[in-house]
Each structure stands twice: as structure tokens, then as C-alpha cells.
Design a binder for this molecule. Structure first.
Ligand SMILES: Cc1cc2nc3c(=O)[nH]c(=O)nc-3n(C[C@H](O)[C@H](O)[C@H](O)COP(=O)(O)OP(=O)(O)OC[C@H]3O[C@@H](n4cnc5c(N)ncnc54)[C@H](O)[C@@H]3O)c2cc1C
Length: 453
């Protein structure tokens, strides 16, 4: 109680401990199987609160965990002050300059609401509920990623707290720190970020659902199809056991499907629908579609491409890169997800990389996967009771599909051990990331589920 009172005297936001009414919602993570039980949580009201809370935790020799949406929160947070940033969700859009500035708690839905009506779009993820900064610190793969590149590559500046929790603006002239924060994960506490938007008032996109029995044929057609696509077309393909959820169309409920996702940025609105349909024709010829939900879309409709679950889930996941979608890999993928929902992973997803992912227009960034052809993402149902079985299942599935130890930070899941996340980079870049983490957080106060050290 004394600690809580002391913290309250330093901040404008709310402070909750276990047993307080606000404690549950303020510590909630998206992954229902993750356990978070900090002694205190601060729901920050302002940037200054975030810095004051961090300074207070440091003074009291507590760890610090930043929590926004909880989509990537895996740390149990024992002995740690959780700083919930969700209320600091400011978004400013410069329409003429095509850039946005966001606060620590902004979600992609906030950016879409502010920028979408002006035909502007950020490199948003598949789900509107994901936090802009947490996502971008991990690289950020968008459903329009082959056109827009990594979200991290579009960042023009960040405000990060320095070793004494003072705001430090970091831009392209700030070499290592700017490089490291754009893809290297939460190496410091970021209270603001500015990034480029793109003018895409409409595009052709959405999803096409096929029966899962056609998975081998569709994966094979997909491998041929994407080889001919330029960077105006971004796609992914997922083998999914859909839940029997009433919000799904009746023909998809509880079904094992192949879900093809497409975003095609055309030359102009007139030709867009015809051009988009032409782009998808080869895949539609590969198997009968259950539902073809592709159409001309506006920026606010990006979440309709992947239709990711928005409510918290009981899920374990792991990712990696796939170098070649050859016949053997296709057979392994199709064989790894049996038609019975309880017998294997819930989803195996491949996102086509390349295109704008191969370039870094503003300055080099630490995002991994610049040369990789496909990003792999495997999920499995989990609960606290079966969490380790689910983890083993997703780990084994990823290992069977790809021997690569590399992958994207955002798809890595919780680290099996401190430092194992560094396997995503080569030794030189891992050393550079550690050096920046040491500079921003010399006393190792920052806690995440993917610790660097
Ligand atoms: C349903 C779903 C869909 C997803 N879709 C995509 C996708 O399309 N593309 C993609 O690239 N990724 C995707 N992800 C992964 C997601 O981008 C990461 O999990 C990301 O870390 C989430 O960030 P967050 O802030 O929303 O979550 P949080 O759990 O709140 O934060 C994640 C991590 O970032 C840290 N963090 C957050 N904000 C800050 C800050 N201001 N300063 C310092 N550290 C901070 C937190 O401490 C934590 O360690 C998805 C995840 C889920 C669950």
C-alpha cells in the first residue's frame, strides 16, 4: 500500500494493485494463456506519467514492463511495475505531408480513423487492435507490405526515454539507436513515433476461402502465382481451422479452410476492380472457392483482408522464414495441419515477402527478413493448463517446415530463454542491438517476454 501511495503522488494516472477493481482490465493481455501478476500497474494519463512511473520504478529497484494492447505480452511481471499506455493514444495526421505522429497507446484502428478518410494509409497489421509502436518496434508486416515495406522502415523519428528516463528524439541522423529501434524490439521505452503514410484511397483486396482439402493444390498454385507478382500485390495464404463462431458466414463456421488474402494496389479506381479480379484469376482456377470476398476496398477496410480475431484468444504461436515453397515444403505444410481441429495447429500462415520489404528507403533498419521470400506463422489452441504442449506443437511444426532459425520478432512468441531472441539476427547485429539496449536501459529494468539479456 505504501508503494502504491508513493507512486500515486508522482503521477496523474491511476495506480492499481491486486484486488483493486481496475487491476484486471489494466493488466489484461490478448493471449488468455499468458499470466501477468505485477504488484502494481500504472495506467498512464500522459507521456510524463510514463516517464515518471519508469523513474519511480527504477528508484524503487523494480522492473518496468510497458503494456499497451497485450498482443505481444508474455512476461509474468513478478516484482515489476506494469505501465499501461492504452490511454495515451494520441494520433496527429499531416494530410499534405503524408505523415502521422502517434502516442505510446495508439492502435492501428486509431490511425485508420484519423488518416483513412483522407485516403492515407500506414503499414498497418492485419488486426486493428494491435498497438502501432509495439508492432513497429518488431518490424511490422502489413497486408499491404509488398507495396509499403516494413512499418519500421517508414518511421522518420521516435521519442525514446534515455537511461535517466528523459525524452530523447531519435531520427535518421542518430545511427545505431535509430537502426536498432526500427525492428529490434522494445530496447527502450518509446513515448512517440512519427512515420510516413501512403496515399492509397482504394485498392482491390479481401479474402477468398477454399475447402481445406484443396490445400496441396492451392499451395502449389500459390508458389507459381506469387513468383510472377510485382510489388503492387501483397498476399498471404493460411490453412485455418475456423471456430464455429456465429459472426462467420454459415458455410465457414467450424470448417477447415484455405484462406487466400490479397491486397492489390492498382493504377486508378476505374481499372481497379477488373485488374484485381484478373490478378486473382489464377488462384480461383486452382480450386472452387467457398466464398470470394475480394472487392474494391478503402483504407479503413484493411482488417477485412485477414479477418483476424479481435477478442483475446487462448493461443500459442511461433514464426520463421521459408526460403522455398517447393513440393517437399508444401507436403510438409499440408501434412502438419490435419483436417481434425483438435489434432494439430489451429493455423499455418505464409506471407509473401519481397517487393518493398527488400528496400529500406529512409535509413537501414534492424527488421529481419529483408531477403526472405515467405514469413511463416503457426498458431495452436492453448490454455494455462496445456500451454507447454501448445508451445511444443508450434515449435515442432515450425521446425518441420523450415530449418531456418531466423524469423520476424513480431511472430516469435515468448522467448524460451533470455537472449534466445537474438538468434533472429547474425552475431554482428545482435551485438549492435545489445549495445543500444545497454545504452537506453543500463540497469536492465525493462521486462518483456522476449528479453535480450
Ligand atoms: C491477432 C494478432 C494479429 C497480429 N498481426 C500482425 C501483423 O499483421 N503483422 C505483424 O507484424 N505483427 C502482427 N502481430 C504481432 C504484433 O505486432 C506484436 O505482438 C506486437 O508486439 C504487439 O504490440 P502491442 O503494443 O499491440 O502489444 P503489447 O503486448 O502491449 O506490447 C508488445 C511488446 O512491445 C512492448 N511495447 C509496446 N509498446 C511499447 C512502447 N511504447 N515502448 C516500448 N515497448 C513497448 C511491450 O512491452 C511488449 O513487450 C499480431 C499479433 C496478434 C496477436
Amino acid at each position: 500500500m505504501r508503494l502504491a501511495e508513493d507512486l500515486r503522488s508522482c503521477v496523474a494516472g491511476d495506480v492499481f494493485g491486486p484486488g483493486d477493481d481496475g487491476y484486471g482490465p489494466a493488466t489484461q493481455t490478448w493471449d488468455l494463456a499468458a499470466v501477468s501478476r505485477p504488484p502494481l500497474v500504472l495506467v498512464a494519463a500522459t507521456d510524463q506519467d510514463i516517464a515518471a512511473g519508469a523513474r519511480w520504478a527504477d528508484r524503487n529497484e523494480l522492473g518496468i514492463a510497458i503494456l499497451n494492447t497485450g498482443h505481444g505480452a508474455f512476461s509474468p511481471n513478478d516484482g515489476v511495475l506494469v505501465i499501461n499506455t492504452g490511454r495515451v493514444n494520441t494520433v496527429q495526421v499531416d494530410i499534405a505531408g503524408r505523415w502521422a505522429t502517434v502516442g505510446a497507446g495508439a492502435r492501428w484502428s486509431d490511425v485508420s480513423a484519423a488518416a483513412g478518410p483522407h485516403g492515407l494509409i500506414g503499414a498497418a497489421g492485419g488486426s486493428p487492435g494491435v498497438g502501432v509502436i509495439g508492432y513497429t518496434l518488431g518490424g511490422g508486416l502489413s497486408p499491404l507490405g509488398r507495396t509499403l515495406g516494413f512499418a519500421a522502415d517508414r518511421v522518420t523519428s521516435l521519442t525514446v526515454l534515455d537511461a535517466d528516463y528523459r525524452p530523447l528524439r531519435v531520427g535518421a541522423d542518430d545511427g545505431e539507436t535509430f537502426w536498432a529501434l526500427r525492428g529490434g524490439g522494445p530496447l527502450g521505452i518509446v513515448t512517440g513515433m512519427e512515420f510516413e503514410l501512403a496515399s492509397i484511397p482504394s485498392f482491390y483486396g479481401g479474402g477468398i476461402y477454399f475447402d481445406g482439402a484443396h490445400a496441396p493444390d492451392l499451395l502449389s498454385a500459390y508458389a507459381d502465382w506469387v513468383a510472377d507478382l510485382d510489388d503492387r500485390t501483397s498476399t498471404s495464404i493460411a490453412l485455418i481451422h475456423l471456430p464455429p463462431a456465429p459472426q462467420l458466414p454459415p458455410e465457414l463456421r467450424g470448417r477447415f479452410v484455405v484462406h487466400l488474402r490479397v491486397a492489390h494496389v492498382g493504377p486508378g479506381a476505374d481499372d481497379l476492380a477488373a485488374e484485381g479480379r484478373r490478378a486473382c484469376a489464377r488462384m480461383l482456377a486452382a480450386a472452387p472457392a467457398i466464398i470470394d470476398a475480394t472487392r474494391v476496398m478503402t483504407p479503413d477496410e484493411v482488417p477485412d483482408i485477414h479477418r483476424d480475431p479481435v477478442a483475446p484468444q487462448d493461443v500459442a504461436y511461433r514464426g520463421g522464414f521459408v526460403d522455398d515453397l517447393d513440393a517437399a515444403t508444401i507436403a510438409t505444410i499440408a501434412g502438419s495441419i490435419p483436417p481434425a481441429p483438435s489434432a494439430g495447429p489451429r493455423m499455418i500462415e505464409l506471407r509473401h515477402l519481397g517487393g518493398a520489404y527488400s528496400r529500406s528507403p529512409i535509413a537501414p533498419s534492424s527488421s529481419t527478413g529483408r531477403g526472405a521470400p515467405f514469413n511463416l506463422y503457426v498458431t495452436a489452441a492453448s490454455t494455462p493448463e496445456v500451454a507447454s504442449d501448445a508451445r511444443t506443437l508450434v515449435d515442432r511444426t515450425v521446425q518441420a517446415i523450415t530449418p531456418s532459425h531466423q524469423g520476424q520478432l513480431n511472430f516469435y512468441g515468448p522467448s524460451p530463454s533470455p537472449g534466445s531472441i537474438l538468434d533472429l539476427w547474425d552475431d554482428t547485429d545482435a551485438g549492435r542491438l545489445l549495445a543500444v539496449a545497454q545504452e537506453l536501459d543500463p540497469r536492465g529494468r525493462i521486462h518483456t517476454g522476449r528479453p535480450l539479456r
